[in-house]
Write a protein that binds this ligand. Structure first.
Ligand code: SF4
Length: 213
């Protein structure tokens, strides 16, 4: 798929986005959206279904919505609140490490640059990009499994890893086109282009897809 066709696909998906009842969109109203809750929600989400992440976030943010409040909790309490997200013990530790780091080095605020974010203990490049895009509205692209899978199956890129996909997307699309791409494709991947059983029959971009069934 060439860039022009991919732009057309994105245009169609952006038009359809408002009609989808995707778990990713429910996050918008589930709890107060601050850079800190978005950061923690992102940490919770890895290797975890969105419905589980959403419920875990609601329980966690009922206890603490700032680093100051978070560090007052012990690891067991955090783990209990976020269970059963994947690796809940490890994630509980990360949540506390991040809270301490933010308090020690950033005055309790979430930094808004990639370089500063990846220096925080517990934050990797993927988390940093998601936070920059979703919390600060920066024009970057966070490539998770949905984004990586969908742009490959559409034949726009041919890459083996999310990192390679991110690089390829940044080389071909401009910043405006990248903005919101994560949320768009994650929602598309949850509602229509599902990993196990894609709903090709109701897919608005079926005509462009080389793997339509
Ligand atoms: S046609 Fe099927 S596989 Fe292709 S993008 Fe649409 S849902 Fe996904």
């Amino acid at each position: 798929m060439n860039t022009e066709t991919f732009r057309k696909v994105l245009e169609i998906l952006r038009r359809e986005y408002g009609r989808w009842d995707a778990p990713a969109k429910r996050f918008e109203n589930a709890y107060e959206r601050t850079p800190y809750t978005i950061l923690n929600s992102t940490l919770l989400s890895f290797r975890t279904k969105d419905e589980v992440t959403l419920a875990a976030g609601q329980r966690l943010f009922a206890l603490a919505t700032t680093p100051q409040e978070m560090v007052k909790l012990d690891r067991e309490t955090v783990a209990e609140a976020i269970y059963p997200v994947g690796f809940y013990n490890k994630k509980a530790q990360s949540i506390l490490d991040v809270a301490r780091d933010l308090l020690e080095h950033h005055g309790g605020e979430v930094p808004d640059t990639f370089e500063a974010l990846v220096r925080v203990k517990g934050i990797g490049p993927k988390t940093a990009n998601i936070v920059l895009e979703n919390a600060f509205g920066q024009k970057t692209v966070a490539v998770d499994t949905h984004v990586h899978r969908i742009v490959n199956l559409l034949g726009f890129v041919d890459t083996a890893t999310p990192e390679a996909t991110e690089k390829a997307l940044k080389e071909t699309l401009d910043e405006t086109e990248l903005a919101g791409l994560n949320k768009l494709l994650v929602s598309f991947g949850q509602v229509i282009c599902r990993p196990q059983k894609p709903h090709c029959g109701e897919c608005p971009v079926r005509q462009f897809c080389p793997t339509a069934s």
